[in-house]
Design a binder for this molecule. Structure first.
Ligand code: NI
Length: 183
């Protein structure tokens, strides 16, 4: 296992559409996932997508712990999850804004609108289907990670770049929640 270097905004690997994975149970995918877990933990992230470690394939990992989600409702929170070839379906028109951070956009925070209610589906590393409904923080984390697979970073989702701020200033000056994870 190894901690991988994290790609930063501007690198081409973060701007392209990642390729589908043919065999989720292939040894090289398991090895990539192990490295990503170690990298995500080292960086204290709530999620990570393979392009962020320079691997342009459709694999994401994330968690929405009850403490961060503000609820232990399984719609709003979820255990650590790895998804291969994830797909998102939007379940309603409602959107909400909240602060996000990203390990590939270090030192910044932004206010990002996201759909509040989604359904997502993908495969685990054994090739079994994972399918869940998600709302709130849970939905936000999944949408953020899946955006990475399509070459989208959260600033591209923002409505007003006035709300793209340095983390240090955000901590001092802006109304906020306890913490916002880096994804
Ligand atoms: Ni991110």
């Amino acid at each position: 296992m190894a901690i991988r270097k994290i790609a930063r905004m501007g690198h081409p690997v973060l701007r392209r559409v990642a390729a589908a994975i043919d065999d989720p149970s292939a040894p090289e995918i398991a090895a990539l996932a192990r490295d990503m877990i170690e990298t995500m933990k080292d960086a204290n992230g709530a999620g990570l997508a393979a392009p962020q470690v320079y691997e342009p394939v459709r694999l994401v990992m994330f968690e929405a712990p009850a403490a961060r989600a503000g609820s232990d409702d399984p719609l709003e929170s979820c255990p650590f999850t790895i998804l291969v070839n994830p797909e998102i379906e939007i379940l309603g028109p409602e959107m909400a804004v909240d602060w996000e951070g990203c390990l590939s956009v270090p030192g910044l925070r932004g206010l990002v609108p996201r759909h509040t209610h989604i359904f997502y589906r993908g495969l685990d590393l054994q090739g079994r289907t994972v399918a869940r409904e998600a709302v709130g923080f849970h939905a936000r984390v999944v949408a953020h990670e899946c955006d990475h697979l399509d070459g989208v970073l959260y600033p591209q989702r923002m409505r007003d770049l006035k709300d793209l701020v340095f983390e240090t200033e955000w901590r001092h000056h802006l109304p906020q929640r306890e913490s916002v994870p880096n994804d």
